[in-house]
Design a protein around this ligand. Structure first.
Ligand code: SF4
Length: 401
């Protein structure tokens, strides 16, 4: 099928758009991930060849070049309709003038990573795990990227990861049992380069668990070759967090790429960012989580959009995220319900945000409500040994009923 996703309705189906705007490209090239990278859309002229840009987009492309580069793989570009600047996929990758606006809450480093970096490129913020920024490049660039200060190579900072110093730090810090490779996106490395990195980490005996945070299976599914999967399978336990925001991103090619990873024994989780005009409604999120399960991906997190500079037009209220969880929990299988989190500004880490299911809690009982709003009591027992102070939450409708 060769159709734009906006024409295929609500994104519930797995659709292929290839070759789309690249109708004269032969499949051998189209399916080559290096061809996809070489032929990314990176300039205003290339954008205008295919899309009718709005004034906001055109100015955004002209003015955002020193903040976060424009780059979209042909595969992902085929999801963009020619005439709709408000399209949820287009809003994620085409710059807009709003990126140059600043809100009083905006920050360059909203998660406080730079202040938790014991060696360049290694973020050690939690007790037993580290974030290893192995590259500043991605297959395509997301306009709301929380690391836009370093990602893409045109922003205000440069990433100078010191690999040897990072390995030495990890060898010395025996409390680190979990390393997350991110950046940028480690899957744009060649198989050889990535294998050298993984084998070096695996040689550190106290590192139990490796993770890769990546959007490559979505932007560049051609990269998920059988050879890559076979190589990754040598380094288990290796988990992967992918990043899908809208159900239309789950094309047939992406589904097959995710299946190849799952067949290599890699547990897959998804991290979505809650974005205005992209996925800020229950129905879109419900379709997304159901499609993810069909791709063997467990919905893991929904992030409240970080307070990154120039992203205020893409941020939603926190209440919207709570409403989405309320619309999922109990209404569909628990495997489909991600955890909504705020990455606490300044480096506080991820804090789970949930609808209020606890109506009252003391040393004798907890009063809870279910997804239908029905109220139940459960006895609190053995409370003399409680190690925590029970929360008391007073809800008028319970107290006065
Ligand atoms: S793929 Fe990840 S690191 Fe790269 S631009 Fe998107 S959000 Fe940022």
């Amino acid at each position: 099928m060769n159709t734009f996703a906006s024409e295929s309705g609500d994104g519930k189906d797995f659709v292929s758009h290839a070759p789309g705007y690249w109708s004269d490209t032969v499949p051998e090239l189209w399916n080559d991930w290096k061809w996809q990278l070489k032929n990314r859309v990176t300039t205003l002229a290339q954008l205008e060849k295919h899309l009718e840009l709005s004034a906001e987009e055109r100015s955004g492309v002209l003015l955002s070049g020193d903040k976060l580069a424009l780059a979209v793989t042909p595969h992902f570009f085929n999801l963009l309709p020619a005439n709709n600047p408000d399209d949820p996929i287009r809003r994620q990758v085409v710059p807009r003038i709003e990126e140059t606006w600043t809100s009083p809450y905006d920050m360059a480093d909203p998660c406080g990573e730079d202040s938790h970096m014991p060696v360049p490129g290694l973020v050690h913020r939690y007790p037993d795990r580290v974030l290893f920024l192995v590259t500043d490049r991605c297959a395509s660039y997301c306009r709301y990227c929380t690391r836009s200060r370093v990602v893409s190579g045109v922003g205000e900072q440069e990433l100078h990861t010191n690999f040897e110093a990072a390995f030495r730090y990890l060898e010395a810090h025996t409390e680190v049992r979990d390393v997350l490779l991110s950046g940028g996106d480690a899957l744009i490395f060649s198989d050889d380069r990535l294998e050298k990195l993984l084998s070096r980490l695996r040689a550190i005996r106290h590192i139990e668990f490796l993770r890769i945070g990546t959007r490559v299976p979505i932007f560049l599914p051609q990269r998920i070759t059988p050879e890559l999967c076979a190589m990754l399978a040598k380094y288990h336990p290796l988990w992967m967090s992918v990043h899908v925001n809208h159900p239309r991103e789950l094309t047939i090619e992406v589904k097959h790429a995710l299946e190849r990873l799952a067949n290599a024994g890699i547990p897959l989780g998804n991290q979505s960012v809650l974005l205005a005009g992209v996925n800020d409604d229950v129905e879109t999120m419900k379709t997304l989580v159901h499609k993810l399960l069909m791709c063997r991906v467990r919905p893991y997190y929904i992030y409240q959009c970080d307070l990154i500079n120039g992203s205020s037009h893409l941020r939603t209220s926190v209440a919207k995220g709570i409403e989405i969880i309320e619309g999922l929990r109990g209404h569909t299988t628990g495997y489909a319900v991600p955890q909504f989190v705020i990455d606490a500004p300044g480096g506080g880490g991820k804090v789970p945000i949930n609808p209020g299911y606890i109506l009252y809690h003391d040393n004798e009982k907890i009063v809870i409500r279910n997804y239908e709003g029905k109220i139940f009591e459960y006895p609190e027992t053995g409370n003399e040994n409680l190690q925590f102070a029970p929360q008391r939450e007073y809800h008028d409708e319970y107290l006065y009923s």
